[in-house]
Design a protein around this ligand. Structure first.
Ligand code: FE2
Length: 443
């Protein structure tokens, strides 16, 4: 069986809590979180991280090169789409993502596919129903629980490698990464020039690879993450598909590590590589480390990310297996325009016709991980992870988001987003467009 056919769906973020008044200098960081981070740094005797300079590292040059002023002006308020609590509920046992509005709708939309996958008796269906109801309740509680975890970690956790929580320094980054990012900021830089500074994994799929962190930094970050894992601190799931790993914003690593990585380095790179996918308008992210190990998660079903663009960096440790595989591009045209009334078999929003001929998953491209290196791809590129064979694999995944793109269409429900105020970066939606975006340049 083509492994891509199993679990084809969406990889979604877990959510943060209700909106709070923000006064943080960080984009999307609400005041209490920022204070908590400050408290953590004071507890640890470290300086509170400073605000980073504005995003643009290059001057706009024409219509396709306008950048979001992500940190300019007042802090922005981010939102999520209300679909999170009713769409894309992942049922690993049957390899399905489902929309769930109630028992009748579930029977109507998914009865045949569920039966074909082993949900045959009334007790099977009843168990599934209870699991889905619990999942909806869990998603509704996520915000409060995430905020509580973050506060507890900020007040009580003692890092093993406190230097990780200092502002990202160039010394942590691989020379090749620095060179590619620096090139991307110089006047006259273009795609062809950048492509000479990174590896093109697939020209057709627009998948690229380049070194990101030094081996020394990977080691230090892993030590810190393992220390956190061994601690008695509460841990959240990285996303709706991975069960093991670390949410970097809960650990307090967004502001010192991920935000500068996005703003100073990834933004100029992505602007050249993916100008049509919001690469030049990235204004938020979702970052987590996923862990694969025997007895824990070992593989990941085929899915697309709730992100415009993704970077996936292998941190270690020693492992075999676990390659990424890539199929075709999930496109909005695959969405079923009839919306919730129609449903579909594999995942809501996908047309059954598409699923009967999933050419997008034929002959997937396999890409081996290299420790320290990052894979860049479009969030909509269908992908998954082959089973781990030996060892442990830890990867940093950053979902990069451009509100200018997603405000027009939620990639999870394929509809105009039904906005709900959220904490932090939410799911990257905003009620207002970024002021500098030229929408005509977005396709
Ligand atoms: Fe993914």
């Amino acid at each position: 069986m083509n492994p891509g056919l199993v679990g084809w769906g969406h990889c979604e973020a877990e959510r943060e809590g209700p909106t709070a008044t923000r006064s943080s200098p960080f984009p999307g960081a609400e005041s209490s979180s920022f204070s908590a981070l400050g408290n953590l740094h004071r507890t640890l005797g470290r300086p509170t991280p400073r605000a980073y300079p504005e995003v643009p590292l290059r001057k706009p040059r024409g219509r396709a090169r306008r950048f979001t002023m992500a940190t300019a002006g007042a802090p922005r308020r981010f939102c999520r789409c209300a679909c999170f609590c009713s769409e894309n509920l992942y049922v690993a046992r049957y390899g399905l993502h489902v929309r769930f509005r109630g028992e009748q709708q579930l029977r109507r939309d998914y009865g045949p596919i569920l039966r074909s996958r082993g949900c045959v008796g009334p007790e099977d269906f009843q168990q599934l129903l209870e699991e889905l109801e619990q999942e909806v309740e869990r998603r509704q509680r996520l915000g409060q629980e995430s905020a509580a975890r973050k506060a507890l970690i900020a007040s009580s956790y003692h890092p093993a490698r406190p230097e990780i929580y200092s502002s990202l320094q160039d010394v942590a980054l691989a020379p090749g990464f620095l060179a590619a990012a620096e090139y991307s900021t110089v006047p006259g830089a273009d795609l062809q020039g950048l492509l000479q500074r990174l590896e093109t994994v697939s020209e057709e799929k627009r998948i690229y690879r380049l070194p990101v962190f030094t081996a020394r930094f990977c080691q230090a970050l892993l030590e810190e993450l393992e220390h956190f894992e061994r601690s008695d601190m509460p841990k959240g799931r990285p996303n709706t598909m991975n069960n093991y790993g670390v949410l970097l914003h809960e650990l307090g690593l967004d502001e010192p590590l991920v935000t500068p990585l996005r703003e100073r380095f990834l933004q100029p790179l992505m602007a050249l590589l993916y100008p049509d996918c919001g690469g030049g308008w990235l204004d938020s992210h979702r970052a987590f480390v996923v862990k694969y190990a025997p007895g824990q998660d070992r593989e990941l079903g085929c899915h697309y990310d709730n992100a415009e663009l993704t970077i996936n960096v292998a941190l270690g440790k020693a492992f075999t297996g676990g390659a990424l595989y890539f199929g075709g591009l999930f496109q909005v045209s695959m969405c079923d325009p009839r919306g919730s009334a129609s449903g579909s078999w594999e995942c809501p929003g996908l047309s059954p016709a598409v699923l009967q001929a999933p050419s997008a998953l034929a002959k997937p491209l396999e890409v081996e991980h290299v420790v320290g290196q990052g894979i860049l791809h479009r969030g909509g590129q269908l992908h998954g992870a082959r089973p781990l064979v030996t060892g442990e694999r830890w990867n940093l995944v950053v979902w990069l988001r451009a509100s200018a793109v997603r405000n027009r269409l939620c990639p999870m429900c394929c509809r105009k987003p039904d906005l709900v105020d959220d904490e932090g970066f939410g799911d990257g939606f905003t009620r207002e467009e970024p002021t500098t975006v030229d929408l005509c340049a977005l396709t």
